[in-house]
Design a binder for this molecule. Structure first.
Ligand SMILES: O=C(O)CCC(=O)C(=O)O
Length: 224
């Protein structure tokens, strides 16, 4: 790895954090003017060197493709994933128990940067690796019981650009964002209570994509 000794802010930060808010393309016409997801999109939050440091580091992440049970049938998830977290910050979602792996250097630096820049506290990160546009994430909310009430979720994209959908549970208002490499999307509390999100398939995308979602969990939730 090239930037072994450098931290995120030491290798430069050309983002204009918190200055920009994401452009939202709404597909639901009028309704979207009154029902909007509580999100902040910061394009180019990570500079090129910061992105490369994370992409290089992810070559060594212990990814796996676990099976989940849907409608009584078991399927391997359509992407690879790994969960890094503090001691006692294990995660349970879709019936899948994921033990926290120790933090790698740059994933930890990004956690610290998010806290410095936005006061965003997290103690775990789910990293998803999509080989190409056929790997995907279905509609869901990040509303697991161990997520600390009031906490925001920070999602950072690296690699291929992919559209990201949000859908309001009641009105079905749909919002589409394009997430590009280096972008940061903050999903503010209580978005997960009334919106779902998804990363749809895109046959034309041939490049890989990484996504890191930083979450704040109640420690030892699954050991009590
Ligand atoms: O890859 C993405 O942008 C979506 C990730 C996601 O929805 C999640 O980790 O809950």
């Amino acid at each position: 790895m090239q930037q072994q000794t450098l931290g995120f802010d030491e290798i430069g930060d050309e983002s204009e954090a918190a200055k920009e808010t994401g452009a939202i393309t709404d597909e639901a016409g009028k309704q979207a003017q009154t029902v909007r997801p509580p999100i902040t999109l910061i394009p180019g939050y990570l500079n090129q060197a910061q992105q490369s440091a994370l992409i290089d580091e992810a070559e060594h992440y212990p990814f796996s493709r676990p099976e989940i049970t849907l409608f009584g049938r078991s399927h391997a998830i359509p992407r690879r994933q790994v969960w890094f977290g503090d001691d006692g910050c294990d995660y349970l979602y879709s019936g899948l128990f994921i033990r926290a792996e120790p933090w790698p250097k740059y994933a930890l630096r990004l956690r610290e940067k998010l806290q410095r820049d936005f006061g965003l506290i997290s103690n775990g990160v789910l990293v998803n690796h999509y080989r190409d546009g056929s790997d995907t994430m279905g509609w869901h909310s990040d509303d697991e019981a161990e997520i600390v009430p009031g906490s925001d979720i920070a999602s950072v994209t690296l690699g291929a650009s992919r559209p990201f959908f949000l859908r309001h549970n009641r009105s079905k208002t749909k919002v589409e964002l394009m997430l590009n490499s280096g972008d940061l999307l903050i999903m503010h509390w209580p978005m997960q209570a009334s919106w779902q999100h998804a990363l749809p398939k895109r046959a034309k995308v041939i490049q890989p994509r990484l996504n890191l979602t930083y979450r704040h969990l109640t420690p030892h939730f699954h050991q009590g």
